[in-house]
Design a protein around this ligand. Structure first.
Ligand code: PLP
Length: 356
């Protein structure tokens, strides 16, 4: 149990207008959760304070050596006015796996979830209600020792901020074009690909810029050693439907284990669809694309939930998947998972956690 101190704002901000598109990650609520860590002392001074700037020494280690972890999940307002989180203990568990890899302190899972719930509760009037909207929750931890040497920091800040977000794509589900990257790599086995940390994102920017310049919205990464096996999309995991089977790369140490990925696998299995988690070579994918065996392709992640893929480009070949529209499995998964998140579909697996 955290002992949270509340210092609520005296100047609440105006909430976004009902017709605001709530562009992802641009609007922040009135409060944030903050707590400190010091070696020997543990976590202390858990507090909910007005959202605002934080002051750090310019030599704070996070700025120089990237000791940073983040998470991402959402809070949803149901039709009967409850507030639900989706599988937050999965995020808490993953945060600690990231923390371990990055030599950062563990946060008890209960405390992680309690911190998220507490700040969502304070700012629950910020949860938008239009279809496809939600309150994005961004917990993160940074190393704060003022020191320019390379070692593990002794002090950290753990912060949770909130951002009301609209549907990831303005028109609902919207197929995207994906670029299979064969020059740059995102992560290698033994590296930090499995951790949710800024370093993996900075490694991905150059390829993202290149793909954008070519008219592609996302990069699909190949493995860092042979550049032969499909990994993930960098902010989403990737799924294919090949000859009726749902196929996704197995977790191999360099792929981020997505909560949405895990949910997609469980839901597909419950429908009786064959699901394979295995190595998929880009050659196999290209072959399936050429013959038409590749029936659907979609990304999975908290932000977009399911993101259908209409085109894949590898080297100089472009594959249109199906008719370039939204495949039936992609649509059904989107409807089912968002239905559970919004409390519209029975939550038989106890995935949702109510904030009250
Ligand atoms: C967060 C993230 C995902 C998606 O994970 P979810 O838990 O489903 O949101 C996939 N890949 C990377 C690299 C990520 O950082």
């Amino acid at each position: 149990m955290l002992n949270i101190r509340y210092e609520l704002t005296k100047n609440p901000k105006a909430k976004p207008a009902a017709d605001d598109p709530l562009r992802f990650g641009t609007i922040f609520t009135d409060h944030m959760f903050v707590m400190n860590y010091e070696t020997g002392k543990g976590w202390f001074d858990a507090r909910i304070v007005p959202y605002g700037e934080i002051s750090l020494d310019p030599s704070a280690m996070v700025f120089h050596y990237g000791q940073e972890m983040f998470e991402g999940m959402k809070a949803y307002r149901t039709e009967d006015n409850r507030v639900l989180l989706f599988r937050p203990y999965k995020n808490a568990e993953r945060a600690n796996n990231s923390n371990k890899r990055l030599c950062m302190p563990q946060i008890p899972e209960e405390d992680f979830v309690e911190a998220c719930k507490a700040v969502v509760k304070v700012d629950q009037d910020w949860i938008p209600t239009k279809p496809g909207t939600s309150l994005y929750i961004r917990p993160f931890m940074i190393a704060t020792d003022p020191f320019l040497g390379v070692r593990v920091s002794d002090t950290y800040l753990f912060i949770v901020i909130l951002s009301p977000v609209g549907p990831y794509y303005a028109e609902g589900l919207n197929p995207v074009k994906i670029w299979i990257e064969d020059e740059y790599v995102r992560a290698v086995k033994g590296g930090i690909g499995e951790a949710k940390t800024g370093g993996n994102y900075v490694a991905s920017l150059a390829a993202q810029v290149k793909a954008h310049d070519e008219g592609y919205s996302q990069v699909l990464w190949l493995d860092g050693r042979e550049r032969k096996y499909i990994e993930e999309v960098g902010a989403m995991n990737i799924f294919f439907k090949i000859n009726g089977t749902i196929v996704t790369p197995m977790l191999n140490g360099s792929i981020l284990p997505g909560v949405t990925r895990n949910s997609v696998i469980e839901v597909c299995k419950s429908w009786g669809l064959p699901v394979e988690e295995r190595r998929i070579s880009v050659d196999e994918l290209v072959e399936a694309g050429r013959t038409g065996a590749l029936e659907e392709c979609f990304g999975s992640g908290t932000a977009a939930v399911i993101s259908p893929v209409s085109h894949l480009r590898f080297e100089n070949e472009v594959f249109k998947i199906g008719d370039g529209g939204i495949g039936p499995v992609s649509q059904k998964l989107y409807d089912t998972i968002t239905g559970i998140q919004l409390g519209k579909i029975a939550d038989d697996r106890n995935w949702t956690v109510e904030v009250k």
